[in-house]
Design a protein around this ligand. Structure first.
Ligand SMILES: NC(=O)c1ccc[n+]([C@@H]2O[C@H](COP(=O)([O-])OP(=O)(O)OC[C@H]3O[C@@H](n4cnc5c(N)ncnc54)[C@H](OP(=O)(O)O)[C@@H]3O)[C@@H](O)[C@H]2O)c1
Length: 177
């Protein structure tokens, strides 16, 4: 049986590489992003085009249903690569709207997409959140990365622990890298 992998942030970087790798390994991949041309390019880079593209802004609650609607089968892997390092502004000057936008992409999108897709999880499902070593460890920060990215990646790391705890009686597995 062909298995499904859902990858956010599939139009560039790590998500693109994973999309190509899973597709070339025989998986069906649901590749999500906003940039249709970049997603089509990702698909063209695969050997077998086992990629279904979903154009969605995952920071918008209403756009999450585009992903939910297209799936009809259980998911083997859900891999969250979606993220933004923008805006490149210090916390001393960032606006509330700009910080909310970063948090919407980096934290809310992976949390609420996971929540919605849980419908398609079974005992073999594995969910991976790509984190960052920029998160504050022992109260240390990396001054060369912005507060909005650091704050949101730290929050996502904690969210993964809550998912693990809340789903501990299931066989789903949550991991943060
Ligand atoms: N690269 C690194 O050195 C590094 C280091 C540590 C951790 N990470 C983490 O690894 C993951 C991937 O990083 P990367 O460097 O490969 O990222 P990237 O190339 O910047 O890709 C980010 C992806 O997120 C998508 N995206 C952004 N906003 C979106 C939105 N509102 N709705 C839907 N998709 C959206 C973009 O697609 P569209 O533009 O098509 O929407 C893009 O495909 C991220 O979580 C990042 O924090 C990266």
């Amino acid at each position: 049986m062909v298995q499904w992998v859902v990858i956010t942030g599939a139009s560039s970087g790590i998500g693109q590489v994973l999309t190509i790798g899973f597709s070339n390994s025989g998986y069906n991949v649901l590749a999500i992003g906003r940039n249709e041309i970049a997603l089509q390019r990702t698909k063209l880079l695969t050997k077998n085009s086992k990629v279904t593209i979903v154009i969605a802004d995952l920071s918008e609650e209403s756009e999450l249903d585009k992903v939910v609607k297209i799936l009809k089968v259980k998911i083997k892997y859900l891999i969250h690569c979606v993220a933004t390092t923008e805006p490149h502004l210090p916390l001393t000057t960032i606006t509330r709207a700009a910080l909310e936008k970063a948090i919407n992409v980096n934290v809310m999108a992976p949390i609420f997409l996971t929540q919605k897709l849980a419908l398609y999880f079974d005992a073999m499902t594995r969910v991976l959140f790509i984190g960052s070593d920029y998160i504050g460890v022992n109260n240390k920060i990396r001054p060369n990365i912005t507060g909005s990215y650091g704050i949101s990646k730290s929050a996502l790391r904690v969210a993964v622990e809550y998912f693990r705890h809340e789903y501990k009686d299931t066989a789903f597995s949550f991991k943060s890298l």
